[in-house]
Every structure is written in C-alpha cells, then in structure tokens.
Design a protein around this ligand. Structure first.
Ligand code: GDP
Length: 609
C-alpha cells in the first residue's frame, strides 16, 4: 500500500497545509484566529476566506495580499493552494489530528503571552509538539501591552517595532531574551524570525498583537514560507486517502455525524468507510458529504452544502448510519477494491489498531488510576503525561464516566490501594449516578479540561493520603538506630530512665522501643523513648553522630540501669516485620541509604523473615 501511495503522489501539486494553534489559556489563541479570519474583511475585500467544518480555508490570494506588505513577502512564491487553519484552539484538536501516533497537523502556532513567558500549558503544548515531532512557530503575543506601545494596525511587526520609542524597543528586547532563555531551558533554540538564519534548528518567534494586528502578516508569511521550504514532500498531493475524525456530533435532522479533516485523497458520496468504534470497527456508507453554507448570514438551521466528492485538504461533515459509537481522534479508511469481505476485515483490524496501541499503556499489575477522556487523541496525550510522572494506569475508557467505570475503579480499595481508587476524567462529563456511586464507594473523581490541573489535584490528593497514613502509622513505626549509653551521664537509673547517649547508627526517633542484648544472647526490653533533647532543646529525631539526652519509659517498673543492664552493650531499635512494612510503605524517603542498610542488619539480628 505504501508503494501505491507513493506512486499516486503528484509532485507538481501540493495540498494545503493543516495549521493548529496551541498555548496556555488566555494567551490570545482565539483572538489570533479571529484576527487572521478577519484580515481581508478589514481591508475591504472578501478574499475568498471560507468557513469549513472545523477549519478556516485561507486561500493563497488572501495570504498574498497580506504578505505583500512585507518586503520578504513580496518575493514569496506560492505553491500551496491555501492554509487550512483548524478553528478550535488547544490540545484537543491537535491531539485528534493524528494517524498512527504521528500528527496530521503540518505546522503549529504556539502562542506565548510576551508579558507572562512560558506558562504551564505552554510546557504541555511543547511536550505534545515534541512527541508528535510537529514543527511550530511562536506567536509572541500581546506586544501592544508593552508600556507605551503605539499601535500600527495590521502592520508587519518588522516595521511596527522600529517605529516604537527606544524604551519600548528595549523592553521588547529584554522580554525577547527572557523568552529565548526559557525556550533553551526546554531544549529549543529560538530566534526572532527576521534574525533566524536556520529555520531547521531554530524556532521562529513572531511578535504579534491580536488586538491591533501587528505581526499577523508576518505570521501568515512564515506559515507559507516554512511549509513550502520544509515540507514540500510531505505536502505533495496524493490520491491515497488520509482522513482523521475530529469530532462526533449529533445534528438535528441528520443524526450522528462525524466531522473529519481530509488531508489526502478524495472522498465521494456512496464510499464505504471504516472507522474505529468503542465496541469495534464500524463499516458504513457515506450518505452525504457536507460543508457549511458559504453565506453565513443567511444560514438556515441545518443548511449545509452537499458535495458529490471532495478533495484534500478540507474539513468535512460526513452523514452516515451507525456512527453513534465512533471514536474521535482516529483515522477513517475507505475500501479501494470494491469492498470485498477480505478487504473489509483488513480495514477493520487496521482501524482498531489505534485502540490496541493505547491499551498497552495499562499497567500489567492491575494497580493504578483509571483514566477517562473524550477522544482517543486526548486519552493518548493524558497517558503520555501520566507515564512521564510515573503514575500507573489500571484502566481506561473513552466518553462520559458511567457507573461501571466507578465499579472498576473501586477494586483498588479492596486491594488496599486507596490512592489509586481514583478516576482522572479529562474533558468528559460524569453521570449523576456515577458520582453518587463514587461517593458511596469512596472513589475519587477528578475532572479537568487541562491536563496539568488533573495532575495538581491528583498529586495534592496523594500527598494528603500519604500524610494521613504517616500520622496513623506514626505510633507503630520504628526507625532503625543503634546508640551507645554514656555511663557517666545516666541521670535517672529507674523508670523513667534518663540518660545521655551517642547515636552510632541510624536515626533515633521519639516513640522507638529500645532493647539491649544480654550476655545470655536474649534481648531485654528497656522501654520506649518518650523524649529526646539535643543541646537542651527537645527534638523528634537525632541523627548518627549526635549526642543527646533521652527519657525512656519502662514497662517494667523495677528495671534498673547498673543492675539489669549496663553501658557495655548498645541500645538497639526493636525491629519487627510490621515495623519494616510501615517504614517501606510510608517513610521510604525519610531514611537514607545507610539507614536502610541498618534495617537489613537489624532484620538479621532479630531473625525477621
Ligand atoms: P485564549 O484563551 O488563548 O483563546 O485567549 P483569548 O483569545 O480568549 O484572549 C484572552 C484575553 O486576552 C482576551 O481578553 C483578549 O481580548 C486578550 N488578548 C488576546 N490577544 C491580545 C493582544 O494581542 N493584546 C491584548 N492587549 N490583549 C489580548
């Protein structure tokens, strides 16, 4: 099939590149998209910019008009027919534009607020772009917020910036340098685009204002020149179908439809299509290929234009039967040799592969959190983040959180892993019944539409649980220690015994039961450490090398220093199996390497299995 695809490529014809916009909330993604769409309208020309399903079609004539304001733009050769700019900004649409783990987004605009620098979701976006190896340019937005900026509406920023006062230019330079340092810290060289001599190794930064429009021509110029320069091979038009499901939507009068982005080949009415479904592959026939009506103002409800066939690259709504359980973020396939059962079987397997790949993320031990997302793409992104933060996943699902998801999650409580009795729900609704059941079964549900918010919630919860456990275990835990009694510093020989000791090994902690080895080889219980004083100040623990005064409360009232034991043998923490388990489960980080070695030694001394 790869060979067929290659032979079907048309070298002298390129398709429109797909452009996505990503970045932290409130950086101006929506505003930039608006500004791009309205570009020519403001210039008094319609410009042929049209709305498609999920995308805006930006013809090269319109780009030319804008970029002609730039010296470099005038020399730009135009081989691509248009830019296809995805309308919904953010991770969701970016992650859904995927096919077999690689991105169908050809180039991304990462929006950074010049006043704020790189923010948490910027980092998330960068990680996604890295994962999918998607080239991107940076819109360094809100330059108009620089103090004293004089607006030059819709002017190339390369001209607008030198026209500013010196202190404005200085502040710009300072913030530009800060941004470059921040990008370097996450592994990217970057340079303001007019100084960028190597676009392959350096990310281009474009200062923009989505309010007054400075930099918008520059942004369009870069999108066109970079896609043509870097990816003419990738953009070569091919008759081989490449199509991805962006959204599954119920439309009045049409039933469940799918919104797709066609990046390769041609779709026709009557085509037999195969898509990934929650309960297995769906095979159906295209009833109608729809795009929005061009005259938006006259739009009557449900009015779409029907097409007999549509060529890439385009955003299209497909109406067909049986699409209710289709999974967004997966590829759409069509039959090529007439749809024999044999071919259909192959396509069914192929289309479900995405799902199969995702299932490998589930931890084989069966212990971990339950994750749920709206689409395969977002689920994939979420799983990648969980993996990088070493949070195990025991189960996953796509779509709203139902009761059965809660039941599955609750098994973690039986397995004594309460912290994992947690559903991380990314951008999906939780059914009322599911919420009630979760309450009843003590299952936690965290919902968010920003990945890092889910992490914040989950990590805070983990810390909280750990704290509670430590508190509960605090009476039973035994820290390993060996102390030498200083005989001339025994201030009280009988209960409570008060004496000076040197901590020879480990950590001496309040509450620790201490024992001493008798000449017979038996262990004598001395009592529990009630308090510790270091340089006359009470402390909870004393480290190896410290000399402290301790008070030990003895169970045996008649026990006496000098009679039943003396300073010839050290005081040792009385270890037990249970104490070791508690140490491991809740106090792992409190002990150093040497302390753990001492635990092993004590295990041997007390003959613990
Ligand atoms: P999004 O969350 O990234 O889509 O951000 P929006 O496009 O919704 O913008 C967030 C806020 O920032 C809105 O109040 C915008 O008006 C404002 N904003 C966006 N771009 C600019 C800009 O270039 N300059 C200024 N001053 N404000 C902007």
């Amino acid at each position: 099939r790869a060979a067929a695809a290659r032979s079907a490529r048309t070298p002298d014809r390129l398709r429109s590149p797909i452009v996505c916009i990503l970045g932290h909330v409130d950086t101006g993604k929506t505003k930039i998209l608006d500004k791009i769409r309205k570009t020519n309208v403001q210039d008094g020309e319609a410009g042929g910019i049209t709305q498609q399903i999920g995308a805006t079609f930006f013809p090269l004539d319109a780009v030319k008009r804008e970029t002609s304001k730039l010296a470099a733009g005038r020399a730009l050769s135009h081989d691509i027919p248009a830019l296809l700019i995805i309308d919904t900004p953010g991770h969701e649409s970016f992650t859904n534009l995927r096919s077999r783990g690689s991105s169908l987004c050809d180039i991304a605009i990462l929006v950074v607020d010049i006043m704020h620098g790189l923010e948490p979701q910027t980092m998330e976006s960068i990680q996604l772009l890295k994962q999918r190896k998607t080239p991107f340019i940076v819109a360094l937005n809100k330059v108009d917020r620089l103090y004293d900026w004089k607006a030059k509406p819709m002017t190339p920023v390369i001209d607008a910036l030198p026209a500013q006062k010196k202190h404005v230019q200085d502040e710009f330079k300072r913030r530009l340098e800060e941004t470059k340092v921040a990008f370097a810290e996450v592994g990217f060289n970057s340079e303001v685009y007019w100084d960028n001599d190597d676009v392959r190794s350096h990310v281009s930064l474009v200062p923009t204002s989505a309010i007054s429009g400075e930099g918008i021509p520059d942004l369009l110029y870069l999108l066109v020149s970079l896609t043509q320069k870097l990816m003419s091979d990738r953009l070569m038009w091919t008759s081989h179908l490449e199509c991805t499901l962006l959204e599954v939507k119920v439309i009045e009068g049409l039933g469940t439809t799918i919104d797709v982005i066609l990046t390769g080949g041609t779709l026709k009415e009557g085509d037999t299509i195969v898509v990934c479904g929650l309960d297995g592959a769906i095979v159906t026939t295209v009833r109608a290929l729809l795009t929005p009506h061009p005259m938006k103002e006259m739009r009557v409800k449900g009015q779409y234009v029907r097409h007999a066939s549509i060529e890439a690259a385009q955003g299209i709504k497909i109406s067909a039967d049986g699409l209710d359980r289709a999974v967004a973020g997966t590829q759409l396939l069509i039959t090529e040799d007439g749809g024999s059962e044999e071919e259909l079987d192959l396509l069914r397997v192929e289309v479900m592969k995405d799902f199969a790949t995702i299932l490998t993320a589930v931890d084989r031990s069966g212990v971990g959190v339950y994750v749920q997302a709206s689409t395969l793409g977002s689920l994939e992104a979420l799983l990648a983040f969980l993996e990088s933060s070493e949070i195990p996943v025991a189960g996953l699902n796509i779509g709203p959180v139902h009761k059965k998801d809660i039941v599955k999650t609750s098994t973690m409580i039986e397995r004594k892993k309460k912290e994992y009795a947690t559903v991380l729900a990314f951008d999906v609704p939780v059914e009322k019944e599911a919420r009630e059941l979760a309450e009843e079964l003590d299952v936690r549900i965290f919902t968010a539409d920003i990945i890092y918010h889910l992490f914040d919630q989950f990590t805070a919860y983990m810390d909280d649980i750990r704290g509670q456990r430590r508190d509960a275990a605090s009476d039973d835990v035994v820290f390993p220690s060996i102390c030498r009694i200083i005989p001339q510093m025994v201030f009280n020989k009988k209960n409570p015994i008060v004496m000076g000791v040197d901590v020879v090994e480990g950590i001496l902690r309040v509450q620790t039961p201490l024992v001493v080895k008798l000449p017979t080889g038996a262990w004598l219980d001395i009592g529990r450490v009630a308090s510790i004083e270091l340089a006359k100040k009470p402390v909870q623990t004393a480290k190896r090398g410290e000399s402290v005064a301790i008070k030990v409360v003895c169970k045996n009232e008649s026990l006496m220093f000098g009679r039943h034991f003396d300073g010839s043998q050290p005081l040792v923490s009385k270890m037990s199996r249970k104490a070791i388990d508690i140490l491991k489960a809740n106090f792992r980080d409190d002990l150093g390497k040497d302390d753990w070695r001492l635990v092993v030694k004590l295990k041997g001394m007390f003959a613990i299995e």
